[in-house]
Design a protein around this ligand. Structure first.
Ligand code: SF4
Length: 178
């Protein structure tokens, strides 16, 4: 079922994630999403599940120093980067893969990653990140509106539904996206 959440440029935006079909997951390169306390609790409680899937150097760092860095965004700690990639990246997102295997790809993934490429503007309106829109600075090819002819309204149904879920719960858990 389609979400009724207003997304300002949804009708004109185009987007398709081609991870594994020509993209190695470059949105996770130097990926440092901020982590909410409840997300950290969920990751902590399930860390033993993720460890065997991590790159050896990432596992070593997590076991020695944890997965959060001292950097902060919006007052929240951010994930560490090792070898130029998010600590949870190993041929894709380990948090995504483990969640998917359990039937919910969003179960452990930080909301900032789960909602990509949706973001909110200064007015709090949801929009699809695209080059040439809202001063988009991230030079990812998938944010080029010419990279795909697929309507974002089709390809981003899960993300829009998730954004609606977060919007409803906003008073309790505002999500750091954008
Ligand atoms: S948590 Fe997962 S999706 Fe987010 S940057 Fe890290 S590897 Fe990528």
């Amino acid at each position: 079922m389609r979400s009724s959440l207003p997304v300002v440029n949804l009708s004109e935006a185009t987007y398709e994630c081609i991870f594994g079909r020509g993209c190695d997951g470059i949105c996770c390169q130097n990926g440092r999403p901020p982590i909410y306390p409840d997300e950290a609790e969920r990751i902590d409680a399930n860390l033993q599940k993720f460890l065997p899937h991590l790159r050896p150097e990432a596992r070593q760092l997590v076991e020695k120093q944890g997965y959060l860095s001292n950097r902060r965004k919006l007052g929240l700690p951010m994930l560490r980067v090792v070898g130029g990639w998010c600590i949870f990246f190993h041929q894709g997102c380990v948090l995504h893969k483990v969640g998917s295997a359990e039937g919910d790809k969003y179960r452990y993934k930080p909301c900032a990653c789960s909602l990509f490429p949706l973001a909110r503007n200064d007015k709090g309106e949801w929009y699809v990140r695209q080059h040439g829109y809202e001063n988009e600075k991230w030079n990812l090819f998938c944010l080029d509106p010419h990279a795909s002819t697929k309507p974002a309204a089709e390809s981003l149904q899960d993300e829009v539904a998730l954004a609606e879920h977060f919007t409803r719960a906003e008073e309790r858990t505002p999500c750091a996206v954008g």
